[in-house]
Design a protein around this ligand. Structure first.
Ligand code: FAD
Length: 450
């Protein structure tokens, strides 16, 4: 087999993968369709364009994106290096000058001797070593090809994301555990609302500030994806007959069915995370926190993911990917970035890093690897590729995915301890990888240059 890796898509994941391959001496052909063929959201021809916000989120180690970035930095991430080189003031967040960031990444990647940048749309996945990193706005031709390979039920075009809260932040004195009609097991946590609480909630949902819908997003493919505000706008009782219906649920404290309920469904095996069933929304993030805190039991809820609804191409990773990001059906082909069902710039680049490392390892005849489950990156990869997962929806890095610690700590102290454990483990892991390859960090390039 040819000893070259073909990366499809020069976004955050594709650029990071190219860098990781190049620093291991592996030849890369990087295919990017822009500027010849544009997506609905990109505006130019530079690689790694940030299509919306210029923030790569918090730098704090007690924030999941902060921990993930620090792990990536220790694995010599190009995206993180360049981001630091183009930092603009944004408090504790890593925000960047978006043009400088994309320009430096483009030039750095294109000038790597191992990388050949090819400005061309790829319509079919080639044979050999491949990384598919075409992002949430994968071109229609390639999407059709992927649907034919994976089965159209396994390729999604729309994100209808419900918020997720940590179990420890739910007030268990107000919620009750039950499944509809007393079915076993009693899997759901139910937040009961009185008529007055329901009315107030509906009023606030209707009044809340919403994110404007972009022209290419103005379609809802099926009713199951409808945002709660749209349902509320159709009639005052629509939510009470939809995702908030109380039928078959009896609150053991009153012996009666509440007027309405918000159901929380377990999100991970450890039962540290719960999602609000059917609560996709386009309310702004601050408004979601404010409005959802009106739900009994969620007054102090910690949200690890907020609701959203947007165009997003992603595959059913639990069915199709190994945690190494290899395609189960064809292990020389990898998927990376948002198309794997991770959510966010940093998470996308992090997937590129792992796919790049593992594609290089295959070529160098080494076993593919997965970061420890105790790291933000390892935990995220295990989550998105867990074959027992049904109804897969995209996910951010978050502390709820990390294994519990033995010490009885809560809040910030618990996150600090988890972050210390993650960084200690990633250091050992990174050192082992480098030792196997017999080289040390850095190709002598410094970040931020243009
Ligand atoms: C409208 C929108 C706004 C977003 N805003 C944010 C935000 O504010 N913050 C955040 O953290 N995340 C945001 N995201 C989510 C996500 O993190 C980003 O989209 C991120 O850029 C994903 O990285 P990626 O490398 O997977 O894909 P991309 O960065 O999109 O890169 C994919 C690349 O592949 C190219 N490509 C596509 N098809 C082909 C093909 N067939 N052949 C060759 N090249 C192809 C594209 O031109 C693109 O350059 C947003 C997503 C969208 C769609």
């Amino acid at each position: 087999m040819e000893r070259v890796v073909r990366i499809i898509g020069g976004g955050l994941a594709g650029c990071e993968a190219a860098w990781q391959l190049a620093r291991r001496g592996v030849a890369v052909e990087l295919f990017e369709m822009r500027p010849g063929r544009m997506t609905e959201a990109h505006t130019g021809g530079e690689l790694a364009e940030l299509v919306c916000s210029n923030s790569l989120r918090s730098l704090s180690l007690t924030a999941p994106a902060g921990l993930l970035k620090e792990e990536m930095r220790r694995l010599d991430s190009l995206v993180i290096r360049v981001a630091h080189g183009h930092r603009v003031p944004a408090g504790s967040a890593l925000a960047v000058d978006r043009e400088g960031f994309s320009r430096t990444l483009s030039r750095t990647v294109a000038s790597l001797p191992q990388v050949r940048l090819i400005r061309e749309e790829v319509k079919q996945i080639p044979a050999g070593f491949v990384i598919v990193a075409t992002g949430p706005l994968t071109s229609p031709s390639l999407s059709r090809h992927l649907a034919s390979l994976l089965g159209s039920d396994h390729l999604y075009f729309y994100d209808a994301i419900s918020p997720i809260v940590t179990a420890e932040s739910v007030n268990m004195e107000l919620v009750f555990r039950a499944s509809r009609y007393g079915r076993d097991p009693e899997d759901y946590l139910n937040c009961p609302l009185t008529r007055a609480q329901y009315d107030r909630f509906v009023d606030e949902v209707l009044a809340a500030e919403k994110i404007p819908t972009r022209s290419f997003e103005r379609f809802i493919p099926f009713e199951g994806c409808m945002p709660i505000e749209e349902m509320a706008g159709r009639g005052r009782e629509t939510l009470a007959f939809g995702p908030m219906k109380p039928v078959g649920l009896i609150d053991p404290r009153t012996g009666k069915s509440p007027y309405a309920v918000v159901q929380l469904r377990q999100e991970n095996r450890e039962a540290t995370l719960y999602n609000l069933v059917g609560f996709q929304t386009k309310m702004t993030y601050p408004e979601q926190k404010r409005v959802f805190s009106l739900i009994p039991g969620l007054e102090k809820a910690e949200f690890v993911r907020l609701g959203s609804l947007h165009r997003n191409t992603f595959i059913d990773s639990p069915r199709h990917l190994l945690p190494s990001l290899q395609w189960r059906a064809s292990p020389t082909r990898f998927f990376a970035g948002q198309i794997t069902g991770v959510e966010g710039y940093v998470e996308s680049a992090a997937c590129g890093l792992i796919a790049g490392i593992n594609a290089a390892r295959l070529i160098l005849e080494l076993e593919p690897v997965v970061p420890p489950a105790t790291t933000a990156l390892g935990a995220l990869l295990l989550y998105i590729t867990d074959p027992s997962r049904k109804d897969f929806q995209p996910m951010n890095a978050n502390f709820g995915l990390l294994p519990a610690i033995s010490m009885p700590l809560r809040g910030r102290a618990r996150k600090e301890r988890m972050a210390q454990r993650a960084l200690a483990d990633v250091e050992v892991w990174a050192a082992r990888l480098e030792a196997e390859l017999g080289f040390s960090h850095s190709m002598g390039w410094s970040p931020g240059g243009s």
